[in-house]
Design a protein around this ligand. Structure first.
Ligand code: GLC
Length: 530
């Protein structure tokens, strides 16, 4: 059971803002914090509790903000510190918390630390990064690859050494074996908490240290798909560059600081088993970790069942459940697109909302959005731009359609990334707010119901119920959630009568059911027993 039963994030609902694409407040085409401050009522009315904002720090933008050149400031592009203060104050006034994105695995190559490290290899800053001599043939020190294509090493000709970068060369990896790096990040955390932030989402939380001996990873048995860097990266065994045995313990000092401020840490632990992710949320480490297998499944009962059973068993209430993200296809797209994709995404989110832990919406999920269509010539993601059009992340990053009219209300200017030809007035928040059956209104009703059940759902208890193979049914206290994944209408034996409190099918909540619950195709139903 709960180690801190009063923790404010228990029973909460999260919402991810991809800042550049949420709302543009100053007309320059890039979403910003002024825009977020102006849309806080949308979030409060929706019923979310925790708002995660992707990086807002000064950055050259090689990876759209995930290359930070100053961890303690807010980029003027996003409105600077005053705009962040307005977001935090406005969110707090509406009962929501705000968490920022901490990017500790790497800085920008334009960070003063890296400038210093390059300029003076004998300076203490040199050891803030990871340097190795070339292999005997003069090539990279080992076979590690970058997530974004090519080797994970770039040569600094002046010193003759390579620097490590698990992402772009402009994102040099920080050396977390150096106590000075750990102290620098402890100070960064403390500073933001003193400024009133409520926590952090921690980027690439499973990769802060690499093998001390820099051993090569096993060579793959079959050739990797070089035209698709992310698939290539995922297809090899990362024995020595990711998820090292000592990685989780790095969070103990950061957790202690968070606890002083009653702040929350959720890690992007991008691993594929519940057991692997759970190591990072042991007592005294991260409060929570995202469980990404939940957003890698197609609409397939066997796959979803396997993943959610694994996540519930190992998460014990400490996993956050992402429906979509800025790095992956939107749920509606993943589940087949069109009206079916949207219904399935709504059903999936209703079910994730009933699991122990925190369900996270990604901006636009509440509108039932599919990926935006981005023509190849308009690509912005470095994965695509730098790898001859390789599959990238632009589709999930297109701006939010707020209302009919110029650029659907996202900006008065020209958006940095087009909204895409597949957006229409019915996708907009304004139009959906007037339609009781829209994804927005149905998500709002789900979260209102969930809030009424918060005490029940905040516990860690969960029991899977017997159900047909295409149905998942879970009991949490006196609440049962059942989801039908693509099969014929089915029934679940409840053992006792209850009341339907939410259904993603129609607005027939409130009717009583006997001991047998009917679950229509591609729908989730929530029942309160008794
Ligand atoms: C994380 C972020 C992703 C970013 C990468 C490098 O995976 O979610 O958007 O590109 O880290 O910081």
């Amino acid at each position: 059971m709960a180690d801190h039963p009063n923790d404010w994030w228990r029973g909460a609902v999260g919402y991810q803002i991809y800042l550049r694409s949420f709302a543009d407040g100053d007309g320059d085409g890039v979403g910003d914090l002024i825009g977020v401050a102006g849309r806080l009522d949308h979030l409060a009315n929706l019923g979310v509790d925790i708002v995660w904002i992707t990086p807002c720090y000064p950055s050259p933008g090689a990876d759209h903000g995930y290359d930070v050149s100053d961890y303690l400031e807010v980029d003027d592009l996003f409105g600077g510190r005053p705009a962040l203060d307005a977001v935090v104050d406005g969110a707090h006034a509406r009962g929501m918390r705000v968490i920022l994105d901490l990017v500790p695995n790497h800085s920008s190559d334009q960070h003063p630390w890296f400038h210093q490290a390059l300029a003076d290899p004998s300076s203490p800053a040199r050891d803030f990064y990871v340097w190795r001599d070339p292999a005997p043939d003069g090539g990279p020190p080992n076979n590690w690859r970058s997530h974004f294509g090519g080797p994970a090493w770039t040569l600094d000709p002046a010193s003759g050494q390579y620097w490590l970068h698990l992402f772009l060369p402009e994102q040099p990896d920080l050396n977390w074996r150096n106590p000075a790096v750990r102290e620098a990040f402890a100070d960064i955390l403390r500073t933001w908490f003193e400024r009133g932030l409520d926590g952090f989402r921690i980027d690439v939380a499973h990769a802060l240290v690499v093998d001390e001996a820099f051993r090569s990873n096993p060579e793959p048995d079959v050739p990797v798909d070089e035209a698709n860097p992310r698939a290539a990266f995922d297809s090899i065994q990362h024995l020595h560059d990711l998820d090292q045995p000592e990685a989780p313990s790095l969070y103990a000092p950061l957790r202690a600081i968070a606890d002083e401020f009653d702040a929350f840490l959720v890690g992007e632990v991008y691993l594929f088993t519940g057991e692997g992710v759970a190591r990072y949320v042991e007592d005294g480490l991260l409060h929570h970790a995202f469980f990404f297998p939940a957003l890698h499944t197609a609409w397939d009962p066997e796959a979803i069942g396997r993943v959610l059973h694994d996540g519930v068993a190992h998460g014990r209430g400490r996993f956050s459940w992402p429906l979509s993200s800025h790095d992956d296809d939107r749920a509606a797209t993943r589940f087949g697109g069109g009206a079916d994709g949207t219904e399935r995404a709504l059903a999936y989110f209703a079910f994730l909302s009933a699991l122990p832990g925190i369900p996270f919406l990604y901006q636009g999920d509440e509108l039932g959005l599919e990926n935006g269509q981005v023509p190849a010539t308009a690509s912005a993601d470095p994965i695509t731009v730098r790898n001859d059009g390789a599959p990238g992340r632009d589709g999930s990053r297109t701006p939010i359609p707020w209302e009919p009219g110029h650029e659907f209300g996202f900006t008065t200017g020209t958006p940095w990334l087009g909204l895409g030809p597949n957006r229409s007035d019915t996708d907009t928040a304004a139009t959906q707010a007037r339609d009781d059956r829209s994804p927005l209104e149905r998500t709002r009703r789900l979260l209102a119901t969930r809030r009424e059940l918060r005490d029940v759902l905040a516990s860690d208890d969960a029991t899977w119920l017997a159900a047909p193979p295409h149905v998942l049914a879970i009991r949490r206290g006196d609440v049962v959630a059942a989801m039908n994944i693509g099969g014929p209408p089915a029934t679940v034996d409840l053992g006792q009568p209850g009341t339907v409190v939410h259904t993603t099918d129609a607005d027939d909540a409130g009717h009583t059911v006997g001991t047998t619950l009917h679950v229509p195709t591609d729908r989730t139903v929530l029942v309160r027993l008794g």
